[in-house]
Design a protein around this ligand. Structure first.
Ligand SMILES: [Zn+2]
Ligand SMILES: [Zn+2]
Length: 249
């Protein structure tokens, strides 16, 4: 079948689908004009992150600080990644989007969310050489099929033209329980949960990478992944998530 006929077929199928199943808001399911979008009311509840923000971790400021745009946390303890950006604040409004993405009941949702991430992460994607999703925890992998980070990474890859390399960072199975460990031990323990496979080491070396996840909460997972990629020789690690907490723990 030629590309032209194939394209026509897809368009006709979409038209038919729109008649049979009119597009609905990804959150409240009311009818909307275009597929894979939100209604005006739901969209209005979301808190998109915009400048002014910390130039390192992307934390939004209510007022632009005088001088350097660096939050107190990054000034005191610089995070291991080069920068972090997120499209949304992680709050009551954005939480249902993250949950739906996790359970994969709306596979098309990832495209909508990746579009927002691309806008928010413009600087992080600029000049990057590959996108690496945070690997799914093996226990969760057993419980469900969807890796939300990989879904977002794939859509971002299509939108940005960057290759997506889930094979560059993997989750190891055995992790010691965190209970009773010091902060430093906990950090080492989390880092030990991730690895760059031997076969990927030469490919990771010297690369500018965009590390993708759905949410940044404490930042511990993203920091651990960053350290592992850095140890493998990555030149730059920029973090891009759909949402992030308004405050860093
Ligand atoms: Zn809605
Ligand atoms: Zn910061």
């Amino acid at each position: 079948m030629s590309a032209k006929i194939k394209g026509y077929g897809a368009g006709a199928a979409r038209l038919l689908a729109d008649v049979l199943w009119p597009p609905r808001c990804a959150l409240c399911r009311t009818a909307v004009d275009a597929a894979h979008t939100l209604c005006g009311e739901c969209f209005g509840t979301l808190h998109f992150i915009a400048a002014p923000q910390c130039r390192c971790c992307g934390l939004p400021f209510s007022h632009a600080p005088a001088g350097e745009l660096l939050c107190g946390e990054c000034a005191a303890t610089p995070p291991p990644y080069d920068c972090a950006r997120a499209a949304l604040l992680y709050d009551d409004a954005s939480r249902p989007l993250v949950t739906r993405l996790k359970y994969g009941d709306q596979p098309q949702l990832a495209l909508l969310l990746a579009r927002w991430m691309r806008l928010a992460g413009h600087a992080a994607l600029e000049g990057a050489e590959a996108i690496v999703p945070v690997p799914l925890h093996w226990r969760r992998m057993l419980a469900r099929r969807y890796n939300q980070s990989l879904m977002l990474a794939r859509e971002l890859g299509t939108l940005s033209g960057l290759p997506v390399r889930p094979e560059w960072l993997v989750r190891r199975k055995a992790t010691t329980p965190q209970v009773g460990l010091s902060r430093a031990q906990r950090r080492r323990n989390v880092a030990a949960a991730f690895a760059v496979p031997q076969s990927s080491l030469p490919l990771v070396k010297g690369k500018r990478l965009v590390l993708v996840d759905d949410v940044m909460t404490s930042g511990a997972t993203l920091q651990a992944c960053t350290r592992v990629l850095r140890r493998a020789g990555a030149a730059e690690i920029r973090v891009l998530t759909l949402a992030r907490r308004a405050q860093v723990d």
